[in-house]
Design a protein around this ligand. Structure first.
Ligand SMILES: [Ca+2]
Ligand SMILES: [Ca+2]
Length: 623
């Protein structure tokens, strides 16, 4: 069957964009003159300054738009997950059961600060209602009450509670049950803070310090590529559905009239925008009717965003965010690859990062007890979010009706905390982490981190792992530069750049002759701290796709050596960009299905045959 991945049209709360712009403006750097420029004539000075500003502006604008997209998509992700959670709750008609489920939901996802479940006269309310005393919050509650037809959904604009956090009121109407919830929108500021550092929009730990990816800013514009995905395929939309915004707030009577006249079977309100679904009128008829009879500020089809890729899928997991957001899984042909292998818990993938949230409901089942290199403890809790996101891409529980699907179903994930809460760590701590993970039996190590300085001690640790048959995978960095970053550029390490859903190199992705392959790294949906989900961009997000593939390969054929695993990933990649190997895409984008097919039947090539035999002899001798 043909399956298409779709991004819902990002209906973005205007407030969120405003917030980003505000913060951006207030943080923008005042460029100080360099002595060199000061000696030039005033006119030259002005020109140079304008040129520099333009370059910086373009680079910043691009990164800012990536940041904005990540924030918007993270908000959409969280909203979608909330929809799935509320859909589950609304099917519960027994009050006692509902109470249990709501309590569990609040424990796993603390952002559900208040949930009300009503059926006839039975009413359950759990949690606090922040900002309930504000007129704004009250008006949203009143607004929510106006949605009463089964199938109706309501989602308010974001508002600030007294604690200065943002909240949103949501309502769902089922056949018998009505649900109202208040959800803390903590993901937006978290992702903003995180990605401003990650994409180097704010100054970040100095060079020489290991950090989340290589982040030296690059001010040249000539090598900048524009991502192609914005020009993507937008010609598909939901039938009998429109997105409409009115010039003024509708009264109760007006809403009633509107629903009647459009034969509305479902109304969804997001901020000030409605999505109306009719059981009779076509999209065109709905648009014509609304334009003619109502003061609309805009009305348009409810577009479905599709990636260019269509593939024969044999399995669609039921994870609530999968079909809408996880184009990355489809682009690398993981679903079809899962017919060959879904991984093995015996093959351990270590994640050297900021730690991992050990009790995330979509991740905990895959996690081994971690290690914190900074203090030698077993506490590898993630304060930053980065490591939890990376780990989810590798191994979030698949087909559990929750959140996202990882690339592997069963491989064990070993959290090794080598970065502190600010996302920085030393070359020494990364080296220690590599040695520790190797000694623990990790068969694959993912390193979504790096810098531009090569250290002997780090290289020694890399060699230590490499000689012990570990596959080492690392991100190239986010500066659109060909300056080699480490550990990615070490010859023993498999270097990964990032692609978009349209299979273009991501605008920020570093390149060079050390790049092995590329993998999805643009607004990737994954697990996030606080039992949440976030969409993040970066080569940090690309690398774990490849680490997961290495884990799957070693699960389907444990006799392969690390060099054979790397060869298979290179040889089976889909060539992109200029024909053959090139410095932007390496050997191309990984293909899980092809790689696993090859791995399953791999008997060694002529070149690697002697090594394979030696490896097997060594194994026999050691056994
Ligand atoms: Ca899941
Ligand atoms: Ca190529």
């Amino acid at each position: 069957m043909i399956m298409k991945k779709k991004w819902l049209i990002p209906i973005v709360a205007a407030a969120a964009i405003f917030l980003v712009l505000q913060l951006y403006q207030s943080n923008s750097n005042n460029n100080t003159e360099t002595p060199e420029i000061a000696e030039l004539s005033q006119q030259q000075q002005q020109q140079a300054s304008i040129h520099e500003q333009l370059s910086n502006n373009l680079e910043e604008k691009q990164k800012l738009s990536i940041l904005q997209k990540d924030m918007n998509n993270s908000d959409l992700l969280v909203l979608s997950e909330i929809e799935a959670d509320l859909d589950k709750l609304i099917s519960l008609t027994d009050a006692k059961q509902a109470k249990q489920q709501i309590a569990m939901l609040q424990e796993e996802h603390p952002h559900y600060v208040y949930v009300k479940w009503e059926r006839d006269k039975a009413k359950i309310q759990l949690g606090n209602f922040p900002g309930s005393d504000s007129d704004e919050a009250k008006s949203y509650f009143k607004d929510a009450e106006r949605f009463f037809i089964p199938g109706d959904r309501y989602s308010s604009k974001l508002y600030y509670g007294k604690d200065h956090h943002q909240y949103r009121v949501l309502a769902r109407v089922g056949d018998e049950v009505k649900l109202t919830a208040v959800v803390k929108a903590s993901i937006i500021p978290q992702v903003e803070d995180h990605q401003r550092k990650n994409l180097r929009l704010v100054p970040y730990p100095a060079e020489g310090t290991m950090k989340v990816e290589s982040v030296k800013p690059n001010s040249t514009v000539d090598t900048t590529v524009i991502t192609g995905e914005d020009n993507g395929n937008v010609s598909h939309y939901y039938e009998k559905e429109v997105v409409v915004k009115f010039n003024s707030t509708l009264t109760d009577d007006q809403i009633k009239k509107l629903k009647q006249e459009t034969h509305c079977i479902r109304a969804e309100k997001i901020g000030e925008t409605y999505i109306l679904t009719s059981d009779k009128l076509s999209t065109e008829e709905l648009i014509a009717y609304l334009k003619e009879n109502w003061p609309v500020s805009f009305v348009e089809p409810h577009y479905i965003y599709l990636t260019n890729e269509e593939t024969t899928a044999t399995f669609i997991p039921n994870d609530s965010l999968f079909s809408r957001y996880q184009w990355n899984i489809t682009n690398i042909h993981a679903e079809t690859g899962w017919n060959i292998s879904r991984g093995s818990e015996d093959v351990i993938i270590a994640v050297l990062d900021s730690g991992v949230q050990s009790n995330h409901p979509d991740l905990s089942a895959r996690l081994l007890a971690g290690y914190n290199v900074n203090d030698g403890s077993t506490n590898a809790a993630d304060e930053l979010g980065h490591g939890t996101h990376v780990a989810g891409i590798i191994g979030a529980s698949v087909d559990n009706q929750e959140g996202i699907a990882g690339v592997t179903w069963y491989n064990s994930v070993l959290p090794v905390k080598v970065l502190n809460s600010s996302g920085a760590g030393s070359t020494y701590s990364v080296a220690q982490g590599i040695i520790w993970a190797t000694d623990q039996g990790a068969k694959v190590i993912n390193m979504s981190l790096g810098n531009y300085a090569s250290g002997d001690f780090l290289h020694e640790a890399i060699k230590y792992a490499y000689e012990r048959d570990v596959v080492l995978v690392a991100a190239t960095g986010n500066d659109n530069t060909n300056r080699p970053g480490y550990p990615a550029a070490y010859p023993e390490v498999f270097a990964v750049g990032a692609t978009t859903s349209g299979k273009q190199r991501a605008a920020f992705s570093n390149y060079g002759d050390y790049v092995d392959v590329v993998a999805p790294g643009d607004s990737i949906a994954s697990t996030y701290i606080g039992g949440q989900y976030a969409a993040l961009s970066g080569t940090s997000m690309a690398s774990p796709h490849v680490a997961a593939l290495a884990g799957l390969i070693r699960s389907v054929n444990p006799s392969l050596t690390n060099t054979e695993v790397m060869d298979i990933m290179r040889q089976t990649a889909t060539d992109l960009g200029d024909p053959g190997y090139d410095q932007y895409y390496g050997y191309g984008e990984i293909d899980v299905q092809k790689a696993l097919n090859t791995a399953a039947s791999y008997a060694g090539t002529l070149q690697t045959y002697p090594k394979t035999v030696k490896n097997k002899l060594d194994q026999l001798i050691n056994d």
